[in-house]
Design a protein around this ligand. Structure first.
Ligand code: PHE
Length: 451
């Protein structure tokens, strides 16, 4: 009995709710994907489409997970009633675990890069840094070490509990993240020639908008808000009864979008100041940017050095608060379903997560034979989770709340038992029943290559 109460924590404050959940949302997706997508897809035109997708799909999906989680006050596998809906929670737990398998590898790289920046090892042209990155990733010890280290770091926070671990860590890390972000934006904008980068990011160019742009924006909204893998269900099960779900959801979405746009205001001004065309993904963050910082501040090397350190700390914080939420979802499941203490449950998640993390790290370099579906283990985990499992989980949640859960129960959560007016409830239900699932189903088919 003691263990059950121990496992069912609660966020102590509304700020804790917003910061912890925003911590989950703000992650690598905001920093290495959003800026690139925006720059390539018509700048402010893309941001506009992104915002529409946020309203049509992102926010409704997020609120649905809040509704399911807070109503159940249980781990994700118990939050959905009846078959086949129960599978949604199980799928979420599995997805969280699998995402951790590749996310922790990249998160580990950020630690290596913090140390490399401090030691001044990232000086050199792009070819040198590419070689540095390839050597590092192929080194079986270094990359594996940092992956394991990162998962252990997450483990320590998780074992401290919902309030003393997740909430407290988020309350420290999120404001720090914001501060570092603003500092870097100011530095980047002060660079001569940075205005070209700002134009590239923000000038609306509707000629670049195509059907694919809309799909990109939909997919990005969804991944960026951490929807589709029941981690919001798990977090919402720790929300108090008087947490205003809609208001919190909007605040989280605003924070998430702001961080993404601000990340673009670092990357593009800095890249354009030195005449580099930025790309997306690992190569942007780990190959192009170190060189950009070095070159951009060649006149005052200390600033370039500091900027690089701060950038990787920022990336590390963003990754850590996201991994915490991925870890918490299976941990809550193990603790509650098997009546184990949080400490043991966390360990039962951490150990296998380390195995998957290590294997996916090795698959990139020293053991290339670790392949699944014709891709490295790392890439296949990324592909299966982002393209298949998250989308499926999101679709099932929308259908569950829209069509299966009694409407009165949904209203009760959205209106906090009638204490809030919830004027937008019919609009919300309309989105959840029709618009969002259709968007979701289209993304799913698109990702499977149907059109
Ligand atoms: N939202 C995180 C990001 O933007 C990723 C994530 C997805 C985190 C799913 C938790 C769950 O990087």
């Amino acid at each position: 009995m003691k263990h059950q109460t121990e496992a069912r924590g609660k966020f102590a404050s509304k700020a804790g709710v917003v910061l912890a959940t925003a911590g989950s949302a703000v992650g690598l997706g905001n920093i290495w994907r959003f800026p690139y997508e925006t720059g390539m897809n018509g700048g402010a035109a893309f941001i506009l489409i992104y915002l529409l997708c946020l309203i049509a799909l992102g926010l409704p999906a997020m609120l649905c997970e809040f509704v399911v989680g807070r109503r159940a006050q249980r781990n994700a596998t118990r939050a959905y009633g009846g078959w086949p809906w129960k599978l949604t929670g199980c799928l979420g737990v599995l997805t969280g675990f699998l995402i951790m398998g590749f996310y922790s590898v990249v998160a580990g790289w950020t630690l290596q890069y913090i140390f490399a920046s401090v030691a001044g090892q990232l000086h050199g042209d792009v070819d040198y840094i590419r070689q540095y990155f390839n050597d590092f990733v192929a080194n079986p010890w270094k990359s594996v070490f940092w992956t394991v280290f990162f998962i252990l770091l997450t483990h320590v926070i998780i074992t401290r509990g919902v309030q003393r671990g997740i909430e407290r860590a988020s309350k420290v890390m999120m404001p720090l993240l914001f501060l570092l972000l603003l500092l870097l934006v100011v530095c980047a904008l002060l660079l001569p020639g940075s205005s070209e980068g700002v134009k590239f990011l923000l000038r609306p160019d509707f000629s670049k908008v195509s059907a694919d742009t809309v799909f990109d924006a939909l997919g990005q909204t969804f991944f960026s808000l951490s929807t589709g893998m029941a981690c919001l269900v798990t977090y919402a099960s720790y929300f108090d009864r008087d947490v205003h779900l809609v208001r919190s959801g909007v605040q989280i979405a605003v924070i998430d979008t702001m961080v993404a746009v601000l990340a673009g205001l670092i990357i593009f001004p800095a890249a354009f100041a030195v005449g580099v065309q930025p790309d997306a993904g690992p190569s942007l963050i780990f190959i192009t940017l170190p060189n950009v910082f070095g070159q951009a501040f060649a006149a005052v090397p200390v600033v370039g050095w500091l900027m690089s350190i701060i950038f990787y700390i920022l990336l590390m914080l963003a990754a850590l608060t996201s991994i915490i939420s991925m870890h918490e979802t299976p941990t809550a499941f193990v603790a509650e379903e098997f009546h184990l203490s949080r400490r043991i449950a966390a360990l039962l998640v951490t150990l296998p997560a380390m195995v998957v993390g290590v294997l996916s790290s090795l698959s990139l370099g020293s053991v290339p034979s670790l392949r699944l579906f014709g891709m490295t283990l790392f890439d296949s985990l990324d592909y299966i989770t982002a393209n298949v499992l998250l989308t499926l989980g999101g679709l099932l949640t929308l259908l569950y709340v829209g069509w299966v859960m009694p409407r009165g129960d949904v209203h009760e959560q959205i209106s906090n038992g009638g204490r809030l007016r919830a004027r937008y409830f019919p609009v919300f239900m309309f989105l959840v029943r029709y618009i969002s699932p259709i968007c979701m189903a289209l993304i799913f088919l698109h990702q499977l290559g149907a059109f």
